[in-house]
Design a protein around this ligand. Structure first.
Ligand code: HEC
Ligand code: HEC
Ligand code: HEC
Ligand code: HEC
Ligand code: HEC
Ligand code: HEC
Ligand code: HEC
Ligand code: HEC
Length: 440
């Protein structure tokens, strides 16, 4: 256990609240009734955890909401008096939650979710900061991956970096992520996080269509047909296959505990492949953030989830198919395509200084990032249409076109056409010091 995490013994379950704590509730009941209502319906409210327990700022905090002090001089508002004043922070980070939920915070801190900003800088610097502008990234990438929260010259939170609840947000206190990515405030509900909708804001679209895949799978069909009978409200750690749900949701396979497998807030657990990567590798061989796991152990954990509803043979045969698909993708498509790309760079027919400014590069990227992922993920999560029509079918078609174009360059020894007009590209791929330190 990390040292700066206190133990759950320090839960402050008090039957009476301080006047300062009551002030938050009463004034906000009037000023922001939506927030009050959500909190009042939460487990926190019934355990006497109130606004101040999460929002109270410590004297050394850099993110104190200074403007909030004005409300303690507003007699027209409930409790709008100086004597109720307490300094608050708007940002509530995993570190704040860790005071009472140390295990969840610790597991989360080592996950790919928490560390995604580091990962995406290492894997795709051009996508991350070369080919697009700050506003394109802020409205897109950062909403899912997270921003680096910063202060402006007045000590207020920099508007360019806020609001944001991306999974890997870098907070002012140095902690990573935002627990509200799955437990939206102020309900902070376990039931909500168990539903596939908790993941679908980010896990969708051409490059990571997990929700579409789930919808297509029998598991998704059953979820839609029977979800009214699912008991999403079972107490944490007691959500039981067969009893509380007939077929798994995203959380049931990737996070919730079952049989001897413990609940985890590290979504890399239970994975035996890195299916999102260009070349499929084991999670421990994923260079951008090697997992400290053994793939066989993790696969066994996932299989134990399946065994609650399926036979060993059914489950093992499914994995045998997945392994063959990974092999097919790696050997038949990815490796030859990569070899061709390397040859083009070597012969200087492609410009290596930038990515995405030549058609062959874009085509190569989509081979692994779009159709190549769909083929692998569609298979892993039982969606035949994604495995074939959106997957291998398009992979084959685009692979042929890519190879034709690339071979033509080699045969004619002609440089590839470079896009002269590449709007809103910053072309700057300097890695931020906050993540990589000043020297790296
Ligand atoms: C006398 C009224 C009053 C009291 C007492 C009060 N607030 Fe507020 N608070 C407000 C108002 C009004 C806003 C602004 C809402 C808006 O922007 O529409 C606000 C805003 C906030 C914000 C958002 C700040 C931002 O910059 O986005 C947070 C967080 C917050 N309050 C928490 C608290 C907590 C925690 C307490 C108790 C320690 C508390 N408030 C006590 C009236 C009050
Ligand atoms: C369990 C911790 C927790 C409790 C209890 C809590 N909050 Fe929050 N609050 C958060 C988190 C997390 C956020 C999102 C900020 C972030 O992403 O860092 C937030 C955001 C806010 C915001 C700004 C967001 C917006 O939508 O405008 C306000 C205002 C706010 N809280 C007021 C309150 C009030 C009032 C109460 C009590 C009725 C309360 N909070 C209780 C954790 C908490
Ligand atoms: C001061 C202590 C405290 C803080 C800080 C705190 N919690 Fe809690 N939390 C609790 C207690 C107590 C419970 C109720 C446990 C129970 O009922 O078993 C709880 C329950 C929960 C649950 C389960 C709710 C359910 O539906 O079963 C979630 C999720 C949760 N907290 C998330 C958070 C997040 C996210 C934060 C930070 C934004 C946070 N908590 C901050 C004390 C705290
Ligand atoms: C809709 C949410 C969303 C948006 C928008 C988004 N991403 Fe992602 N990104 C994801 C998810 C989810 C994954 C995980 C893919 C998987 O495992 O299948 C991911 C994966 C990645 C990866 C691969 C990481 C790895 O471990 O292989 C990179 C790099 C990346 N994104 C960069 C970006 C950049 C840069 C942008 C904007 C130009 C962006 N993303 C926009 C959600 C998003
Ligand atoms: C990727 C989605 C996701 C994120 C992000 C997330 N959680 Fe959870 N959380 C879940 C799911 C799913 C469960 C339900 C597990 C189960 O079925 O019992 C859960 C359950 C919980 C519980 C109930 C006790 C338990 O462990 O089962 C607490 C407390 C909690 N989360 C706190 C946090 C905190 C603190 C953070 C931020 C560090 C966080 N969560 C971030 C998905 C998430
Ligand atoms: C706010 C956006 C967001 C939400 C919500 C979200 N994720 Fe993710 N998830 C991401 C991003 C971004 C990545 C890519 C991390 C990376 O590799 O850089 C990712 C990666 C993953 C991975 C791959 C981990 C690995 O090691 O390759 C799994 C599994 C996953 N998420 C499961 C879930 C589940 C289950 C939920 C819902 C309970 C969920 N996520 C909710 C953004 C999100
Ligand atoms: C039936 C169980 C099951 C369900 C339901 C499920 N998954 Fe998966 N998921 C898997 C398996 C199995 C794999 C491949 C595991 C491996 O690597 O061995 C996987 C892989 C993934 C990956 C790829 C991680 C990587 O890069 O290698 C992501 C991301 C993911 N799932 C997210 C989700 C999301 C989001 C949902 C819901 C929309 C979901 N899963 C539903 C079982 C499931
Ligand atoms: C909570 C129970 C439950 C869990 C856990 C579960 N499944 Fe299923 N699964 C079902 C049910 C029910 C069906 C539908 C069977 C039918 O078609 O009659 C199903 C169907 C399937 C199918 C058939 C798909 C098709 O298109 O016909 C496969 C393959 C499968 N599951 C694999 C898995 C794997 C692999 C895991 C673990 C990663 C898993 N399941 C976890 C309940 C579950």
């Amino acid at each position: 256990m990390q040292r700066n995490f206190s133990t759950p013994k320090e839960f402050r379950i008090e039957r009476s609240l301080t006047p300062q704590a009551v002030a938050c509730i009463e004034c906000h009941r009037q000023e922001t009734p939506g927030i009050f209502a959500d909190w009042a319906a939460s487990r926190h409210a019934s355990s006497n955890i109130s606004c101040i327990d999460c929002h109270l700022a410590q004297p050394n905090d850099v993110d104190i909401a200074k403007k909030h002090e004005q409300y303690y001089d507003k007699p027209e508002m409930p409790f709008g008096e100086r004597k109720y004043f307490a300094p608050i922070a708007t940002v509530v980070t995993p570190k704040d939650c860790s005071r009472c939920h140390p295990d969840e915070a610790q597991q989360y801190a080592k996950s790919k979710h928490a560390n995604t900003l580091e990962i995406i800088w290492k894997i795709d610097p051009w996508l991350n900061d070369g080919m697009n502008s700050e506003i394109e990234r802020k409205s897109g990438c950062y909403a899912c991956h997270g921003t680096i929260v910063a202060l402006d010259e007045n000590g207020e939170i920099n508007k360019e970096t806020w609001p944001n609840v991306g999974v890997g947000r870098i907070n002012l206190d140095g902690s990573l992520g935002s627990c509200t990515s799955c437990h939206t405030r102020h309900r902070f509900s376990t039931a909500e996080a168990r539903m596939p909708e908790a993941c679908d804001q980010c896990h969708l679209g051409p490059d990571h269509p997990q929700i579409e895949i789930f919808e297509e799978s029998k598991h998704g069909t059953i979820y839609h047909a029977y979800k009214d009978e699912y008991n999403f409200k079972a107490a944490p750690g007691t959500w039981t296959a067969g009893v509380d749900y007939r077929a798994p949701t995203c959380a049931a396979c990737h996070m919730s505990g079952a049989s001897t497998v413990m609940t985890t807030h590290d979504v890399t657990e239970r994975l035996s492949w890195e299916l999102q990567a260009p070349l499929t590798v084991r999670p421990s061989d994923f260079a951008a953030l090697p997992a400290d796991t053994n793939w066989k152990t993790e696969r066994d954990k996932m299989k134990k989830i399946c065994y609650q509803c399926h036979s060993n043979a059914w489950t093992d045969d499914h994995y045998a198919m997945l392994d063959k698909v990974v092999n097919e993708y790696n050997e038949t498509y990815f490796k030859p395509a990569k070899q061709m790309l390397d040859e083009l760079y070597e012969k200087k027919l492609l410009d290596k200084t930038k990515f995405f400014d030549e058609h062959v590069e874009v085509r190569f990227y989509e081979l692994w990032h779009h159709e190549g992922r769909r083929a692998r993920m569609g298979t892993a999560m039982m969606a035949p249409d994604y495995a074939w029509w959106h997957g291998f079918y398009e992979l084959k078609h685009h692979y042929n076109q890519y190879m034709e174009e690339a071979r033509h360059l080699v045969e004619t020894n002609k440089k590839a056409y470079e896009y002269p007009d590449f709007p809103a590209a910053t072309g700057n791929t300097t890695k931020p010091a906050v993540i990589f330190g000043p020297k790296k």
